[in-house]
Design a binder for this molecule. Sequence first.
Ligand SMILES: Cc1ncc(C[n+]2csc(CCOP(=O)(O)OP(=O)(O)O)c2C)c(N)n1
Ligand SMILES: O=C1C[C@@H](O)[C@H](O)[C@@H](O)C1=O
Ligand SMILES: [Mg+2]
Length: 637
Amino acid sequence: MGKKLRLTTAQALVKFLNQQYIHVDGRETPFVEGIFTVFGHGNVLGIGQALEQDAGHLKVFQGKNEQGMAHAAIAYAKEKLRQKIFAVSTSSGPGSANLVTAAATALANNLPVLFLAADTFATRQPDPVLQQLEQEYSIAVTTNDALLPVSRYWDRVTRPEQLMSSLLRGFEVLTDPVKSGPVTICISQDVEGEAFDFAESFFQKRVHYVDRLQPSERELEAAERLIRSSRKPLILVGGGVKYSEAREELSAFSKEFGIPLVETQAGKSAVESTFANNLGGMGITGTLAANKAAKMADLVIGIGTRYTDFATSSKTAFDFENTKFLNINVSRMQAYKLDGLQVVADAKVALSKLHDRLRGYISEFGPIIPELKTEWNTERERLGRIEFKRSGFAPEIKGHFTQETMNEYADALGTEMAQTTALIAINDSIDKDSIIVSSAGSLPGDLQRLWTAEVANTYHLEYGYSCMGYEICGALGIKLAHPDREVYSIVGDGSFLMLHSELITAIQYDHKINILLFDNSGFGCINNLQMDHGSGSYHCEFRTKDNRIMNIDYAKIAEAYGAKVYRANTAQELKTALEDAKKQTTSTLIDMKVLPKTMTDGYDSWWHVGVAEVSDKESIQRAYQRKVEMLKKSKPY
Ligand SMILES: Cc1ncc(C[n+]2csc(CCOP(=O)(O)OP(=O)(O)O)c2C)c(N)n1
Ligand SMILES: O=C1C[C@@H](O)[C@H](O)[C@@H](O)C1=O
Ligand SMILES: [Mg+2]
């Protein structure tokens, strides 16, 4: 049966990772770029030994927190359009438990990442080994079972030879645009070091071909008919457009047929914001332009989108009585959404084939598109010039805080800067090809509305899971994918506190990231949510026991790690800091104190959240009634 190579399981694993290639549009490239590790007793002597002996082309990085390094890996794969990945190696027990949040983040976003989670002993000899859980109902259960529901593919390797079938199954999933997501392979810690005579053929170069999924003639005919019968079609641009690299086809299609584009968080910057037909983000965190266009549309062409509640304003964004849906998606499951006509195909191919068939068609949106765009640009300009006043100030989020409380914040944080003003100043100052990243809090909403991405693929939002802590760790992954570009992490104080571990990794390995920290001393957006729904301000502001607003010197924290830091509490200070930060070779952090309630509010949108049906507060009862009324107007499924 051919030549054998005597290797440990971990050595075989590393050798295999070095031989995986992906083939897309005639380009063939190595698929696994490297591996992040936090070593513990579960992996240091197995995978650690194998990497030390011969890592091959794999770049090895020491992470600081398993979730953090996994976020970096996920962000890397997203930037590489799922055509290159990092693996992540953890120890058993708490090390792998720390992966659960990151695995869910990858799963929600359909992003490939290989998790190599060490497991308890296959022999069970040192039972229980340190960090092993003991369940009375089963000795077979380990912490790694918690990764099963958050993995696209999950396996447990308890004998060396199982590695072969496990990896082949795993790489099929990692390289499939439809199934793409986290692949978790748990390897018993004793098995990592056990030797086996592996067939040499297993380590031959293996190419994973990703062919573009073609639409059928039937699908194209039906789609053509539907578009031709529509007067005002609208294209909802999802993340699938980016992965399909369909920017040119989409712009040409939109331009020729006069069809406006609106974007999801994942789809934003697939086509640059300055494109004449691009009306920007749609839905709960969308622009007025996009949300108005959505109401006018009689056909929504969803391309590479999952139609989440944010993109659809909890199924109230469209005129569901009269609007039809046409869904172009590689995933049949996604193409079924909202009872749409399904074109189960790659976006780039489907758009170019439909383009040929639709010649002569023109939508009736015509001058409405520039009108909506101009109206929104005027609003955006206003939001960029918000000035705080000590009396009579009406912030964007109205009716929550009194002027007295706003003044208290201004004094406690030593600032008068509004969040929208700061964000637009940043947008105006940084290089156009820089990449920004964010994921949770009030900033994603502001960004989806206000950020002008003049260069395609420069907007990186993790909003499938909206996981606090992704912002900074993700920035490292983006920098690894684009070492020649500036990367800016746009992050709230709450998210910074949740997780910023890989800032240290970025500093350690000289991969410069820039952190733009918006400190409003609290979980601002959740405070808005509770107060919008009739509750008081309850445990969302960062106040001490004696009710003082906390003012934390975040710059000092980052400085201690070795970052170059700035404090900026006016738009001018911010611009000066940004200019200086560009000149630095090390990572930077700009600590901005911003006033609460100065983020953007909703624009013709509604979010369905759980509200107490009975309560002792009239304001909550009113909020519940509002919800009941809104639900009457929403599509029920
Ligand atoms: C890991 C995680 N835990 C909890 C949440 C729920 N959550 C969403 S936003 C938020 C507060 C964010 O605060 P901050 O980062 O300061 O942003 P702000 O809203 O103040 O701009 C919380 C707790 C989440 N998205 N992710
Ligand atoms: O609950 C949430 C509210 C959203 O506004 C926020 O961006 C998100 O992070 C979240 O979890
Ligand atoms: Mg905050």
